[in-house]
Design a protein around this ligand. Structure first.
Ligand code: ZN
Length: 166
């Protein structure tokens, strides 16, 4: 199992790099580990930089089973949005309300290096937006309009990060 990186570690603020050789044995091994770690943590999704890996890859706990999205590009988002509560494995105990587009369309590569297209809505669209944000170093606390749980915890982490920089 891989260790899940918690905020405020810097890798969570890193825009991660495109996966070049998806069929490479190490990359293939990592795909399996990312999925296993997400399932064991009971997460809806997990991005590679949340396990300290600088790759544009994320796993989703899809209703048809766990699924990997490599080099995902969301090229369309609906104008219509809805607000819902989100949490994140890198922020234990923290939950907040976030506005997301209701529908999205994206391209990505699967674990066999095939180019895929997906139109997603509802929870899947939300999770994919949350996870692709991770790959750009963007976190749900940047977008939360209100914390529903754990706001003080976020403040403590931010103070801790500031003290380390001094
Ligand atoms: Zn997250």
């Amino acid at each position: 199992m891989l260790e899940i990186i918690k905020y405020p570690r810097l890798i969570l603020r890193t825009k991660v790099k495109k996966v070049k050789n998806i069929l490479n044995a190490e990359v293939q091994k990592f795909i399996g580990e990312l999925i296993k770690t997400m399932v064991a943590a009971d997460g809806l999704g997990l991005a590679a930089n949340q396990v300290d890996k600088n790759l544009r890859m994320l796993a989703i706990n899809h209703k048809d089973g766990p699924k990997v999205f490599i080099n995902p590009v969301i090229y369309w988002k609906s104008w219509k949005k809805n607000e819902a509560e989100e949490g994140c494995l890198s922020f234990p105990g923290v939950y907040g309300l976030v506005w997301r587009s209701k529908k999205i369309r994206l391209f990505y590569r699967d674990g066999q290096n095939r180019l895929r297209h997906l139109a997603a809505d509802e929870l899947l669209a939300r999770v994919l937006q949350h996870e692709t944000d991770h790959l750009n170093g963007v976190l749900f606390i940047d977008k939360a309009t209100k914390y529903t749980r754990g706001e003080n915890q976020v403040k403590d982490w931010q103070n801790q990060a500031t003290n380390e920089n001094i």
